[in-house]
Structure formats: structure tokens, C-alpha cells
Design a protein around this ligand. Structure first.
Ligand SMILES: Nc1ncnc2c1ncn2[C@@H]1O[C@H](COP(=O)(O)OP(=O)(O)OP(=O)(O)O)[C@@H](O)[C@H]1O
Length: 288
């Protein structure tokens, strides 16, 4: 779909002419547009040109589920098809994640995690970036994490030739011993699933919204771990989060690195073998 075809499709779907467009920095073979309609509404649009890129219907579904089930600020979705996602534009100033923003994020994410959900996994499979994220509803977290997160991603990376056999063997040994390291949570929590800086929109000293989720229900610790992988959140976030929902001992020392093996495997698949060093470090620290 070229830009003028996209414009026509949007005007027809939304019932208003487009007054202005600017580009949005989206990746994975997508086109991104910030749109102002003649009736004043502001929208964010992601569109898939060809076959490449994530199925945008799933992204729309995930945003819709967060809206339906939580108070997390995410954009309202107007259109979600495999090749087109139209949502409200979240007013933001592109500002940095200050300590005050982190504290606000900590409160919002603690509230998201606080409601008990039925099963680990989800009612349907979701995506992490463009990659499949299987979610068969499961009664226990550790086997779910082992089979449908850690080893699912490791097997896919091995099949694609991205994960050397020695790494795969070490991950298999870890998978056999996960009970020694991880903790079953009291209940499954709904997770945003992809909380890194690019998906956090800021206005002044507040969170304006979160975009681009990878939802499922799991242990909050997998979410909290990922917020530290690229330094998105730090001490002020954890202080705010823990004032509402304290963590079990050993998270920062052991489980954080272990949980980040999953997004690191995602990065190995998407961006290449430079991420293998992080896997090596974590496995070595665990004695594997
Ligand atoms: N609803 C929205 N309102 C305002 N800005 C948005 C909205 N959706 C996306 N953006 C902007 O576009 C950028 C990219 O969006 P998004 O993360 O959804 O794209 P992506 O290509 O899927 O990225 P990723 O590399 O995280 O997978 C965001 O960092 C944000 O700046």
C-alpha cells in the first residue's frame, strides 16, 4: 500500500478527510503515520506494505484487551486488520523518562499486575514484535515459562541457525533446573509484555501512555526484569512498584537475569548473534 492508497483507505474508514500527516518511526517493514483529520481528531497509523512485518490485527487485539481489562493508559483502537492499525494518537512531548515519570510508571504497572487473572498464557496466541508468542492457558507458571517462553524461543533460534548447539544445550540444562531458581507467583498477572523505552510515551513528569504490547498472563517478574534490560526503568520505578507490591528476595540478584534470557533470545532472532554474549554471561553466572 503506497501513501496515497493508505490515505484513501483511512479517509473511507474514518469518515473524515485527512488534514495533515507526519511520519512515525516504526520498524519491521511497517509504515507509520501521525495523522490529523479535518475534524480535528489525531490518530496514529501503522500499515504493512507487503507480507513483511507483524500481523497488526494482533497488535490491535492486544491493545484492546489492555483497555478492556485494565486502567493502563494505551491508545484506543479504531481499525485493526492484518495490514492496518489505526489508533488514537497519544499526546506526548517525546520527553525523557525522569525519576518522576518512573515513579508514575511503577504505580501504573503495579496496578496492572495486581488483579488476579485465570491462567498463565492467554485466550489466544500473541506476538512479541513480529515473533509468535504461544499462550496455551496453563495452571502453573514455571512449566509455562520453560516450555512456551524460554525453550520455545531457544528452539526457534536454533532452527533459524542463530543459536549455536552449545548454547542450546546449556539452556536445556537450565530448563531442567528452573524450579531451583524461579518462584510460582500467587496468581497470574496480565503483562504489557514489551516495556522498553520506545514503547513508553511521556508528557512532562507523567506517563502519557504505553504502546506496542506483547500481552499474556505471567509472573510480574518477567515484565519487571525486561524494564531493566535496556535501562528503561531503575530505582525510582522499583521503589514505587514495591511500595504497592513488594518483590520476593533474590529478584535483582538471580531471577532478573534469568528472565531476561527470553527477550535476549528474541533479540538474537531479530537482530543477530551479537546478543549471544548476554546469554553466555547469564548462563555462566548461573554455573551453566
Ligand atoms: N498511538 C500512538 N500515539 C503516539 N505515538 C505513537 C503511537 N503509536 C506509536 N507511536 C510512536 O511511534 C513509535 C513506534 O511505535 P511502535 O513501537 O508501535 O512501532 P514498532 O515498529 O512496532 O516498534 P518496535 O520497534 O517497538 O516494535 C513509538 O515509539 C512512538 O513514538
Amino acid at each position: 500500500m503506497n501513501n496515497s492508497q493508505l490515505k484513501n483507505r483511512l479517509e473511507a474508514a474514518l469518515g473524515s478527510p485527512i488534514a495533515e500527516t507526519a511520519s512515525l518511526p516504526v520498524g519491521f517493514g511497517l509504515n507509520g503515520l501521525a495523522v490529523r483529520l479535518a475534524d480535528g481528531r489525531r490518530l496514529a497509523v501503522k500499515a504493512r506494505g507487503g507480507e513483511a512485518g507483524a500481523n497488526l490485527e494482533v497488535e490491535g487485539y492486544m491493545l484492546g484487551e489492555l483497555t478492556r481489562l485494565s486502567a493502563l493508559p494505551v491508545p484506543h483502537v479504531h481499525v485493526a486488520t492484518p495490514s492496518l492499525l489505526v489508533m488514537d494518537f497519544i499526546d506526548n512531548d517525546g520527553g525523557p523518562i525522569t525519576d518522576a515519570v518512573e515513579r508514575h510508571a511503577g504505580e501504573l504497572i503495579a496496578a496492572l499486575h495486581a488483579t488476579p487473572r485465570e491462567d498463565f498464557g492467554y485466550a489466544r496466541d500473541t506476538l512479541i514484535g513480529p515473533l509468535a508468542q504461544p499462550n496455551p492457558p496453563s495452571p502453573r507458571w514455571i512449566p509455562f515459562f520453560r516450555d512456551h517462553r524460554l525453550m520455545h524461543m531457544a528452539k526457534a533460534a536454533r532452527t533459524e541457525g542463530r543459536l549455536p548447539p552449545a548454547f542450546f544445550g546449556r539452556l536445556e540444562r537450565l530448563a531442567e533446573r528452573l524450579d531451583d531458581y524461579l518462584i510460582e507467583p500467587p496468581f497470574p498477572s496480565l503483562l504489557h509484555g514489551d516495556l522498553w523505552t520506545g514503547n513508553v510515551l511521556v508528557k512532562g513528569s507523567r506517563i502519557a501512555g504505553f504502546v506496542d504490547p506483547a500481552i499474556s498472563c505471567g509472573h510480574p517478574e518477567i515484565e519487571l526484569a525486561f524494564t531493566t534490560m535496556f535501562g528503561t526503568f531503575g530505582k525510582p520505578f522499583f521503589e514505587a512498584y514495591e511500595s504497592l507490591s513488594p518483590l520476593e528476595p533474590g529478584f535483582h540478584q538471580v531471577r532478573r537475569g534469568l528472565y531476561n534470557l527470553y527477550p535476549t533470545l528474541v533479540h538474537v532472532r531479530l537482530f543477530g548473534t551479537s546478543y549471544l554474549a548476554g546469554i553466555d554471561d547469564t548462563l555462566t553466572a548461573l554455573g551453566l
